[in-house]
Design a protein. Structure first.
Length: 70
């Protein structure tokens, strides 16, 4: 599989390189831009957030596969 860029949509809107659930509460991660503003015209497809905790951004890139960001 080719590496996805930040602007490329993820399959089924889920992270590819990181876990799809929040490590703290287990909620399914959602796209950060849509969580902050559902009407936003441009979405970065590599930034996810937990809708419950809302305390950080999880970056869906191979570099961050096993680390916390935010």
């Amino acid at each position: 599989m080719k590496e996805l860029a930040a602007y490329e949509q993820r399959p089924d809107g889920k992270p590819v390189y990181i876990e799809a659930n929040c490590p703290d509460c287990g909620s399914t991660l959602v796209l950060h831009d849509l969580l902050v503003n559902p009407d936003i015209p441009v979405v970065w497809h590599d930034e996810f957030a937990c809708p419950q905790c809302q305390d950080r951004i999880f970056v869906d890139q191979p570099t961050y596969r096993n680390s916390k960001v935010g």
